[in-house]
Design a protein around this ligand. Structure first.
Ligand code: PLP
Length: 395
């Protein structure tokens, strides 16, 4: 049934994480608490569902497979809704506090005290789609101007979604990493504020806020599951999602936290390369992966530090499995309900199937009939045209 996965070339590198407490605390409980208090008060907040994929678990010889479905998140299609918008608010708050010479509260921002100052601010960000949508939404919600930088391959549908939230969308000649570089140049020149989901030396506050926002999702999972899973498979772009989830799980579950495996496209393996080198390492994107949200060549510095302390294995997966996995999930496997998800959402699922169906990987990953595995379905159908084409082409 999973022949394609069994014969696919999935690279895996096992690591023994150290969980150094000072590094794990980079994402502090207080930071997660503040983000949770703010985001869960926003209009439209609702915890997303976890699906019990019992048919898939049975077929793979596992005890349970849980799928957290982030498609409905705030109507924006992905877990990224939690991070960028919250980081925009914090960025505005910091900027106002600087200019006013005192700590400005979120309440003052919300009740319109500083509306004219905020309307003069410009927030900028680079994106493959989902982070930019969240930033645009946050800028609109709190009243700032917004410019979003995208590369040539980001689909027109995803660009429109950001424009519809009031952002000016700027297409850059180059890949994701070059769009990030352009935001750095323009912020220097024009005094615009970058709200990035990735960090670099000297730039870490907004990415930390972004990751604190993702903690809302991690804490929902802690509430929703009957007991901690034994494994979690997390897709990696710059590493923010995996770092946040690992830090939050470690805080909530301590030693019972699951073994964490990070899964990346073979075309954008910057975290895998970093694990191999033992230090943050960039890779050149030669070709864009179908998993647009994961097409990142440079790891987030701050996320990387948490990952090297909390990940048990890094993995790359081949492109050929993406469309079949989207299709399989949409149809439902062995009696499971169908779930409509985007290309970047299925990387963890692919990693799990490759791992569970290969005797050597199964052994290395410590997967067996007692394993309870969590997958984070990080996006729903964020580009319906692409989704329809995938289903059509693989029927
Ligand atoms: C749907 C989706 N999943 C996963 C990721 C990876 O997140 P990170 O870049 O924080 O590793 C992204 C990033 O944009 C994404 O859009």
């Amino acid at each position: 049934m999973f022949q394609q996965y069994e014969t696919a070339k999935a690279d895996f590198l096992a690591i023994e994480p150290r969980f150094q407490s000072d590094v794990m605390e980079t994402l502090s409980r207080t930071g997660f608490d503040e983000a949770e208090a703010e985001i869960t008060a926003w209009e439209g907040y609702k915890s997303t569902s976890i699906f019990d994929l019992a048919g898939l678990a049975d077929t793979l010889g596992l005890k349970a497979v849980y799928y957290k479905h982030e498609g409905p998140r705030f109507g924006l299609g992905s877990f990224k809704a939690l991070g960028g918008a919250y980081a925009v608010l914090r960025c505005i708050q910091r900027e106002l506090s600087d200019t006013q010479g005192r700590k400005i509260t979120v309440e003052e921002i919300r009740n319109g005290h500083f509306a004219s100052q905020i309307s003069a601010m410009t927030i900028i960000s680079a994106t493959d789609g989902n982070h930019g949508r969240s930033v645009a939404w946050g800028a609109q919600m709190f009243g700032a101007k917004c410019r979003i930088y995208i590369h040539a391959e980001v689909s027109a549908f995803r660009a429109d979604a950001m424009q519809n939230l009031g952002a000016e969308v700027v297409r850059i000649n180059g890949d994701y990493d070059e769009t990030v570089a352009q935001t750095r140049i323009d912020s220097e020149e024009f005094g615009w504020r970058i709200v990035s989901d990735t960090s670099w030396p000297g730039y870490c506050l907004p990415p930390l806020d972004v990751m604190a926002g993702y903690g809302v999702m991690a804490r929902e999972i802690v509430q929703q599951l009957p007991e901690p899973p034994t494994h979690v498979f997390l897709q990696g772009g710059v590493g923010g999602l995996a770092a946040s989830v690992n830090a939050a799980f470690h805080q909530e579950w301590d030693k019972a936290a699951p073994r964490s495996i990070v899964v990346e496209p073979e075309l954008a393996p910057c975290l895998f390369a970093s694990a191999k080198a033992g230090a943050p390492t960039s890779v050149k994107i030669e070709e864009e992966t179908l998993m647009a949200g994961l097409s990142c060549g440079e790891p987030s510095q701050i996320a990387w530090q948490i990952l090297e302390n909390s990940v048990h294995g890094f993995m790359t997966i081949p492109e050929t499995l993406v469309a079949p996995a989207v299709q399989m999930l949409a149809k439902g496997q062995s009696g499971d309900c169908g779930i409509e998800a985007g290309e970047s959402a299925v990387a963890g699922l692919i990693g799990l199937i490759c791992g569970a169906t290969s005797p050597s990987l199964r052994d290395e990953m410590k997967l067996d009939s007692e394993s309870r595995v969590l997958i984070v379905g990080s996006e729903g159908v964020t580009d319906p045209n692409l989704f329809r084409a995938i289903l059509r082409n693989h029927d």
